[in-house]
Write a protein that binds this ligand. Sequence first.
Ligand SMILES: C[S@@+](CC[C@H](N)C(=O)[O-])C[C@H]1O[C@@H](n2cnc3c(N)ncnc32)[C@H](O)[C@@H]1O
Length: 118
Amino acid sequence: MAERIESLDWEAIHAEIESLQLSADPVEEQLGLATLGHAKRKHLTQISSLVGHLLSNSLLPNSPNHCTVELGSGKAQLSYWMIEQCSDASYLLVDRQGVRGKYDKRALKVCFHFLDSS
Ligand SMILES: C[S@@+](CC[C@H](N)C(=O)[O-])C[C@H]1O[C@@H](n2cnc3c(N)ncnc32)[C@H](O)[C@@H]1O
């Protein structure tokens, strides 16, 4: 299997892959404001593009009838920004580790904030 993968024409494959970096406004605001290190900035730039792609493909409807399941949610930073964008939907975060990150707590606060104010 490894030999087959190594024998592929990777230059031709790369040439065919289209790169399209999108963005999501709230994440871009954070990128503009924060004094972030290289790794955090890179992660947040990826998240901005992921949320941008989800929105542009209508995969993140702001509806209580919609539930997004994130498999491998880690510290829930991506989920946090999806919730910032679409707070009426539900989110189910799944991870094999008991990751205690700051973003799941922050995301929950966002949910509770919106539940309290409705
Ligand atoms: C790069 S992190 C995700 C980061 C997250 N998107 C964020 O923005 O905070 C990948 C996560 O996937 C989880 N993971 C990897 N394989 C998994 C599996 N088979 N089942 C469940 N979780 C898995 C890891 O534990 C890790 O927390």
